[in-house]
Design a protein around this ligand. Structure first.
Ligand code: COA
Ligand code: ZN
Length: 293
């Protein structure tokens, strides 16, 4: 799941127009992406960079096999997402109370309730659903988060039978044994529900965590082209793991991603010109496996 157009751009200093975001999405699709988090239907006062979700969705290229996801955190958001024609709706429940209040002005229990109604509306409209548990490896306000706290929320969300449950290391503090324990526990609490990983590379542990999660059987990951991104409500939250870096790892491990690494690297170069600044991806700088021929 390519999340740069949403998680990547929501806190970037650059102000991309809807037209630039659409061109970005077109380039991502051309590089082989089939699932893209394209927009966020939250309060434009809370996240001004995502205020143009309707315009982006109206002009994004539609084709068989390409699915657009959007974030919705309340009833108004899911209704906007349905009207805008998204294919998948993703909600968020933060694992800790302080961060939950900072991010969506609701307690954890209220967020679970909000997700129930978001999910009902999305399912009734025929859309796929995913829900993210955020700050699963640690919280910018409360510090360490007990695995049991996360798994309890996973169990409550599993009752809504989402198509996917996402575990997010929002502030990039996690390490492999913790990630494995979280995903193994989530698999037990949410039997039959696909799990997805969302890692930020704030402390350079994201790829290690992804490799560990692959070992634990996880096959879907969020990543952001170039490694752009961050959460406006989490101090010091830096970029998502870079798509190119994950794709390099996956291909060299023998997994097929359907993505064209060279096209991704070229798109990162284009993105840097649009943002007006460099991005953290290493593979974008080094290139793929050297081919001396
Ligand atoms: N779309 C557009 N506007 C919305 C909206 C939505 N989905 N939800 C709320 N609003 C507007 C309301 O119209 C209201 O505007 P007003 O002040 O002009 O009347 C304002 O936002 C506050 O609405 P309210 O229902 O009281 O929401 P809230 O203050 O309890 O905030 C959220 C809850 C979730 C809407 C808000 O905190 C939010 O959007 N947060 C964004 C979190 C985020 O995207 N984090 C990063 C990714 S996880
Ligand atoms: Zn994120």
């Amino acid at each position: 799941m390519e999340v740069a157009p949403r998680d990547g751009l929501q806190a970037d200093p650059a102000d991309l127009s809807a037209g630039q975001k659409v061109e970005f999405i077109e380039r991502l699709v051309a590089a082989g992406h089939t699932r893209i988090e394209a927009a966020s239907f939250v309060s434009p006062k809370a996240v001004p960079k995502m205020a143009d979700g309707e315009a982006v969705m109206a002009a994004a290229p539609r084709m068989a096999g390409v699915s657009y996801s959007a974030l919705a955190l309340n009833q108004r958001g899911v209704e906007r997402a349905v009207d805008a024609g998204v294919d998948e709706v993703c909600g968020v429940v933060v694992a800790t109370e302080t961060f939950s209040q900072a991010n969506q002005r609701a307690s954890v229990a209220e967020s679970v309730q909000r997700w129930r109604s978001i999910s009902e509306t999305a399912v009734a409209a025929g859309l796929k659903t995913a829900v993210t548990v955020s700050a699963v490896c640690g919280c910018p306000y409360e510090g360490r988060v007990a695995i049991e706290t996360v798994l309890d929320i996973v169990g409550q969300l599993a009752e809504t039978q989402p198509d996917e449950l996402v575990l997010a290391d929002t502030i990039g503090v996690g390490v492999p044994p913790q990630v494995v324990a979280l995903f193994e526990g989530a698999g037990e609490r949410a039997p039959g529900i696909a799990l997805r990983g969302h890692f930020h590379n704030t402390r350079n542990t994201a790829l290690a965590n992804i490799a560990a999660a692959i070992g634990a059987g996880v096959r879907v990951f969020d990543s952001s082209l170039g490694g752009v991104g961050g959460c406006p409500f989490a101090p010091q939250a830096t970029g998502n793991v870079a798509t190119e870096d994950v794709v390099y790892l996956a291909h060299e491990m023998g997994y097929d991603t359907g993505l064209d690494l060279d096209a991704l690297i070229a798109t990162t170069a284009w993105l840097e010109t649009q943002l007006g600044h460099g991005v953290p991806s290493l593979v974008a700088k080094a290139g793929g496996f050297p081919d001396p021929r």
